[in-house]
Design a binder for this molecule. Sequence first.
Ligand code: ATP
Length: 612
Amino acid sequence: MEGAITNVCYNMLDRNVNNGLGDRVAFYWEGNDPEDHAQITYRELLCEVCKFSNVLKKKGLKKGDSVAIYMPMIFEIIIAMLACARLGIIHSIVFGGYSEEALAERLKGGKCHLLIVGDGVWRGTKLLNLKNIADGAMAICEKQGHNVTSCVVVRHLTPAEEDIVPGGCTDYDEEEIHCVIAKRPYKKLGIHWTEGRDTWWHDEMSSVSDECEPEWMDAEDPLFILYTSGSTGKPKGVLHTQGGYMLFAATTFKYAFDYHLNDIYWCTADVGWITGHTYVCYGPLAYGATSVIFEGVPFYPDPGRFWAIIDKYKVSKFYTAPTAIRSLMKHGDEHVKRYNRESLKVLGTVGEPINPEAWLWYHKVVGNGKCAIVDTFWQTETGGHTLTPLPGATPCKPGSATFPFFGIVATLLTEDGKVIEGEGEGYLVFKQPWPGIMRTVYGNHERFETTYFKKFFGYYCTGDGARRDKDGYLWVTGHIDDMLNVSGHLISTAEVESALIEHSSVAENAVVARPHPIKGECLHCFVTLKDGKTFNSKVIEELKLQVRKKIGALATPDFLQEAPGLPKTRSGKIMRRVLRKIAVGDRNLGDVSTMADESVVDLLFKLRPNDL
Ligand code: ATP
């Protein structure tokens, strides 16, 4: 659509307001604490977005500049991103859980001189002082010659401005004080303030007009940069553009969730991930949808929180990740059954292969056996769903993302690039471009070409493996690097993991390849047991037997080790490349900047079984 002009924000807001949806709720906000909630209509959202666009203009930002956003799940994160879109400013959202180093890297990489932050956030019982982390990131940038000249701070938890000493800092203490925002006690945050650089969002918003003309953009102008989650290596700054991305976000949203205007839709992803960009913000808003956004975590105050929220807002379309489903499953059915969940119609999943066990639990227990399950396979790079069932129309098989979405031509290739017709397993590639395909790796077009187009000329290479069964269904097996070759047989780790999780004591597990003197490679399995279960020789034998039974003797694991936790990215994905290093006792782990909890690595090294 090069040469066509549009404005994404206009399409999300003005168009819906002009079409009579102004008073419709765009978002219900559910805070970390079940007592905290709010809502915003399309008209109110448009007004706030125009105001913040004027703030950005006042700060001298214009079309083509870039802005970083580091915030909790509050309305302001959506307002900030849409204000950028309104002015043609490229937004680069950094998940509000990343460390100061990771944020600094993204500030520099995105050439961002303005940072929008929330002061802090509660995640369950954990308080994160985002502003202090942002201060650390800005200091790192300064040392490295990149200046962040302006930082706009959203007051989300800070009780009163008197508590902030200009130029200095309030002492952090555990004192309970009254919070004017949430109207209930909060711990004192204690944020630092740098005069001349830091300003409050509400101060900036108090003196600007609530009208702002959108900047008309070429369909191929950049819309945003977003870094991948780093499961396979150093994160890539993926760049998406205006027209194609918007079209793809909107269309996939409508069809994969069978969206209708009376639906209440909830995607649990943080806006800091691509799922949040496409299916919390751009897709739903394009259709004037009413969505829920949630600040907290699935286990606070108890593991029934998701289902409580579903009942509270009468959610009909729900979208979450296999990692959340697996960990909720671990806590038993009773937390689900306390709620009626009658409003639910479609249940979606994304992020990792979902093992049939978890798929069936989602379908039978969460969906009471009456909801369509949509297992959507896609990537930061693809902008939206590339393989997905259409609910109610595609007969499903638990664990298969089924068939390609409209416009996606999926092909399987052998290692040497031969097309696999019919049944078989190989590299999942796409034969032609689609509207939402990324356009480049920001600032490194060569990496874009090498990563996605070099291995198989004429195809986009997803980097994932997949199997096509006799009925033509596609089963994504995960990153191709995670496959293993035992005595000449290609085994997918996903298959072994599915076999292991069927054992009644297993809560979660991850399988990697480990070099073997005779077989070439063998399996090393990291197993997290359910609460109260013990890892002993009996369990080990049962697990081995389970894999033999389900897959065959050649897949019998050589190593089974206890894993009190697994190394995961902050988006909840298992980092198998780190586990591969642990399996061979190599402490040189590579880029771990996106790992959620590094302490688990030491523990796994300690529990590592000896060599054969
Ligand atoms: P990086 O590219 O930095 O290594 P990443 O691959 O985790 O990180 P994302 O874009 O966050 O980057 O995730 C995309 C990947 O997630 C896919 O390539 C695939 O491996 C996995 N994935 C997503 N959805 C599914 C699904 N429904 N079934 C199987 N795998 C999925």
